[in-house]
Design a protein around this ligand. Structure first.
Ligand code: SF4
Ligand code: SF4
Length: 100
């Protein structure tokens, strides 16, 4: 799946993410922390999300704590070359909200 870096899924989906407070300076997750993984609710921007020139960037994407996370494992139906279907879905959602 080709990600268009809109950032919508990092805002509009419920997802379990590495708790920012449990990430060590070396990028690994402190599993002894009382809550190494936290729940990000739909509609709330992920604390790891930032934008650079309008392009969504995940701050922890290259870190060890990202490995095996629900975000890394997230897949969609279709071939690997297909453009993300969620992007179109969120765009439609925005258009219909603008119309109301
Ligand atoms: S909604 Fe799709 S295109 Fe947008 S950031 Fe998420 S995976 Fe990428
Ligand atoms: S951890 Fe990264 S990929 Fe996952 S929701 Fe947050 S910003 Fe998006």
């Amino acid at each position: 799946m080709k990600c268009l870096r809109c950032g919508c899924c990092c805002i509009h989906l419920d997802v379990a993410i590495p708790n920012p407070d449990a990430i060590r300076p070396d990028g690994t997750l402190d599993k002894t922390h009382r809550m190494p993984v936290m729940f990000k609710r739909a509609g709330e921007p992920c604390p790891h999300l930032t934008f650079a020139d309008g392009i969504a960037v995940c701050r922890i994407h290259e870190m060890e704590c990202y490995r095996g996370s629900p975000c890394e494992l997230f897949e969609q139906v279709g071939s690997q070359d297909d453009v993300c279907v969620l992007n179109a879905y969120f765009r439609c959602m925005r258009l219909s909200e603008d119309e109301n």
